[in-house]
Design a protein around this ligand. Sequence first.
Ligand code: GTP
Ligand code: MG
Length: 459
Amino acid sequence: MKTDTIAAIATGMTPSGIGIIRISGEDAFSIASSVFHKKNKEPLSDYEDHRAYFGYVHDNGTVIDEVILLIFKGPNSFTGEDTAEIQCHGGILMMRKILDLCIRNGARTAGPGEFTKRAFLNGKMDLSEAEAVMDVISSQNDLALKNSVKQLGGSLYKTITDVRNKILFELAYIESALDDPENYDLEGYPEKLSVKLLDILRILEKLADSFDDGRILSEGVRTVILGKPNVGKSSLLNILAGSDRAIVTEIPGTTRDTIEEMINVGGVLLHVIDTAGIRQSDDVVEQIGVRKALDIAKEADLVVLVIDSSSVLSPEDEEILRFIKVNDKKCLILLNKSDLPTVTGVDEIACLTGSRVITISAKDETGIDELKSFITGEYSKGFLKYNDEIFISNARHKEALSSAIESLLCVAKSITEKMPEDFYSIDLTSAYDHLGRIIGVSVDDDVINEIFDKFCMGK
Ligand SMILES: Nc1nc2c(ncn2[C@@H]2O[C@H](COP(=O)(O)OP(=O)(O)OP(=O)(O)O)[C@@H](O)[C@H]2O)c(=O)[nH]1
Ligand SMILES: [Mg+2]
């Protein structure tokens, strides 16, 4: 079946030195030759593989830009199909004009991730590698990037394939023994299988356990700033962000909706969320803001509770402390406004909570270094742990791993309960399939479409 030919701008949509328009599919070269001629005005007819041609993009003879055209013949290309890349000047209008020209000459605009999807469908990479392409593009810190590049090189694929092969071996052995009991002996087999299962479970559980740290590494520590109105929450966000991100006034109830910012503190990525001050209010908008703040705090990795040290501890402060305790949240307490005479001190708070208490002044920017070293102390430990190992940061992988573990635990249960061997096969097969979903050997089209839809255009 003939597949259509897709085209997209592969570089970012900001003006830059060079822009790349990528064309992939059976008509990639004929479309490229319709819009390109060499410097001496000769048309492109003899496109050699892995060659760069210098020339011009033209629209019916009118030169549009001076470009370099790269030729990759399938299957030796990223997508596995014939692919042409036009490197033009990186103005947004220029890139759009050339893309439009390619479309008018028979290409279709590529959907997000469609080039990588084709690479996957053409067997150029497994699904975990394809997902790593997206992770590499969106990585926001060194270790997340390093992990994605490792995954792109097939490290997760290798671990999962090794485990699947081990499971396949056992499945084949059980089948053979049931078919041919004279030559294959199942005497003592359940005990041997138990030992092997423990080994496999250890590998999978370690990977599954790496998920929370992996997510934090790639998405940042979800840090929610909580406190009653006017204590200095937005002032704190502004200091951490290094800019006036949120409005600060002396009017309680200034922040009504959440404000989010990605902030790098000593190499630790924080996803900081400033929230509306917590209090009882008759104002409907404020009420919604307060409810939203508490909902978001329930999902936080870290709650930063800001308390005004220049006033007495109020019922609202105590209420928030209780909320943090009930929801079992990791918490850091900041006693702000230390430039003013102290009314509520560290000792008073420390006896109410086991959380770390730090005194700061958002006005004078004191105590901020201590706050930053608390963050790096808490979260860069996790980074070191994974320096030379793979970790997973993808919720789909975590879900598949958990299902595989569950199936293997069912095998272990069948062994303990002395069930017949064909019971083992059922659960071993489902563990094998669940793991296959990670590398894309047993996923249906819907899952594949969903994964590639998350990609950016042109990749
Ligand atoms: N003296 C002093 N004033 C501060 C300090 N931090 C914040 N303020 C002042 O306190 C007031 C409230 O600050 P915000 O940062 O808007 O407080 P908030 O907690 O975000 O308030 P809401 O958005 O209303 O919940 C402003 O007038 C700030 O200038 C501080 O460390 N010392
Ligand atoms: Mg505020």
